[in-house]
Write a protein that binds this ligand. Structure first.
Ligand code: PLP
Length: 484
């Protein structure tokens, strides 16, 4: 069957391949000179070749409107700009999950960002002791801060908490046995499952107890001359409820120490301040774990701590020393960028009264619901007028999450805007929601929201009142245009 032009919609005449200039000729065009001056000949030539290849294919199909040829310089400029547009971008997190792993987890404090900016464009004293004028250790940039905050004797840092756990097990139990309760053989996400980590670290996992109940005598009975480590894993991303029993660090430490064995706890989140003081669900603190007798505690830098991706390892000097000297440490070491951010973040913890103001993670987690409700009320009319008549907007109570596996059983009371497509029935509902979500993601500052039943929910907990709220408002005309 032959498709011809339909009557009433005349197809514009197509340019022929021979009408297109060569790459060289295009690059000599005076209109292209500013592009070449800005980006150099090589880059512009590569983009020009791609653009001309595309257009040549269209021309061969008779699908390149001849009028488009005059706009070749502009098309090349757009293509150059698109190729150079950053892939990693800011977004507005309106999902209601404060520590959203897909959205970069913790947002850094201003001071942490400033420290990165101040040190990264120049040489710095990453491993240089300025007092002695001699080679230093990068750990020393944060070790005393971690010790002061947690009460540990020593501390070291690696790339993330998964690395901290792997390194801790390898250094303390490689070639020997590590005892873990069956109730704590967690999968954290991705390929990080405790039995596999044990194997990768070269340790033999000895499981004790059952899924729901493990007793002190289970650990005692499993200790043999081959045992090198007792380990606890904080079950941060799920909860076992009902008929349960587990052995706390405080009970387990004397059992380990009586046999000369270390006790390692993987805390995961590792909040450094008691969240219960703000009415949030309590998380175990590294400082408490150490006071309870743990020899080594590992936790993340970018979960509740509110800093960069990092794995923090604190504890008794002899074990931290073994971990630091273990060859794998070199492969897992923390880079200077997160180290700068981590140092600045930890300095905020020396001034705990500032945390809920200056550390974004804690500022967002402790935001009063009344504040979020007031923000929702402010945004209702502007959003409604941008989305009418296709969508209706209402203020709604919502429940968000801390995120990153923290306390998934608990939700955070929040508020926001619930947006419903205005359709006579359910037909087309999915498409209307999809279209709105896409339009939000296509904004210059993309907005990420979540679908809840047949509505799109914008949870406002993470929309900072100073700055981000105005940025959202400023984009509403574009949103309106995209949907009309
Ligand atoms: C999140 C988590 C990890 C992994 O930490 P990352 O910093 O993401 O590598 C390990 N163990 C527990 C219990 C966790 O919650």
């Amino acid at each position: 069957m032959v498709h011809g032009p339909t009557a009433g919609s005349p197809v514009p005449p197509s340019a022929a391949p021979k009408d297109l200039p060569s790459v060289d000729r295009l690059l000599r065009d005076v209109a292209i000179a500013p592009l070449v001056a800005a980006h150099g000949h090589h880059f512009v030539a590569v983009q020009a070749r791609r653009l001309l290849d595309n257009w040549r294919r269209l021309a061969l199909d008779g699908a390149l409107p001849a009028a488009r040829l005059a706009r070749l310089p502009q098309a090349l400029e757009s293509q150059c700009a698109a190729r150079l547009a950053p892939r990693m971008r800011r977004v507005l997190n309106l999902t209601g999950t404060v520590l959203h792993t897909n959205l970069g987890r913790a947002v850094l404090a201003d001071e942490a960002v400033q420290q990165v900016l101040a040190c990264m464009g120049s040489p710095n004293n990453l491993e240089f002791d300025l007092a002695l004028g001699a080679r230093g250790d990068r750990d020393s940039l944060v070790e005393d801060l971690l010790c002061e905050i947690t009460g540990a004797e020593a501390a070291t840092v690696v790339n993330n908490n998964a690395a901290a756990v792997l390194l801790g097990i390898a250094a303390l139990a490689g070639g020997r046995e590590a005892i873990v309760s069956r109730g704590e053989l967690v999968e954290i996400g991705g390929a990080f499952r405790m039995p596999d980590v044990m194997a990768a670290a070269g340790a033999t996992l000895v499981e004790v107890g059952t899924t729901n109940r493990t007793h002190a005598r289970d650990y005692e009975a499993a200790i043999t001359p081959r045992t090198a480590l007792l380990m606890k894993v904080h079950t941060s991303n799920y909860a076992i409820q009902g008929f349960t029993a587990s052995v706390s660090e405080a009970e387990l430490a004397p059992i380990a120490h009586a046999r000369g064995l270390p006790l390692l706890t993987d805390l995961g989140s590792g909040s450094l301040v008691d969240l219960a003081q703000w009415g949030l669900p309590a998380e175990p603190l590294p400082q408490q774990m150490l006071a309870d007798g743990c020899d080594v505690v590992t936790f993340s830098g970018d979960k509740l701590l509110g800093g960069p991706q990092a794995g923090l390892i604190v504890g008794r000097r002899e074990y931290i020393q073994r971990i630091r000297k273990f060859p794998m440490k070199r492969a897992l070491r923390l880079s200077k960028l997160p180290l700068a951010a981590l140092e600045a973040t930890l300095r905020l913890y020396l001034q705990p009264d500032r945390l809920t103001r200056d550390l974004p993670t804690l500022r967002l987690l402790t935001r009063p619901v009344a504040d979020i409700e007031a923000q929702a009320a402010r945004l209702l009319a502007p959003l409604q007028s941008a989305l009418a008549p296709r969508y209706a907007v209402r203020v709604a109570a919502m429940r968000g999450q801390i995120g990153s596996g923290s306390l998934p059983v608990e939700t955070l009371p929040s508020a926001g805007l619930a947006i419903a497509p205005q359709l006579p029935g359910k037909r087309g509902m999915g498409r209307a929601l999809e279209e709105l979500m896409t339009a939000l993601r296509d904004l210059p500052l993309p907005v990420v929201a979540r679908v809840q039943a047949d509505e799109l929910w914008l949870d406002l907990r993470c929309l900072d009142v100073s700055g981000a709220e105005a940025e959202l408002l400023a984009q509403l005309p574009q949103l309106k245009a995209a949907l009309s």
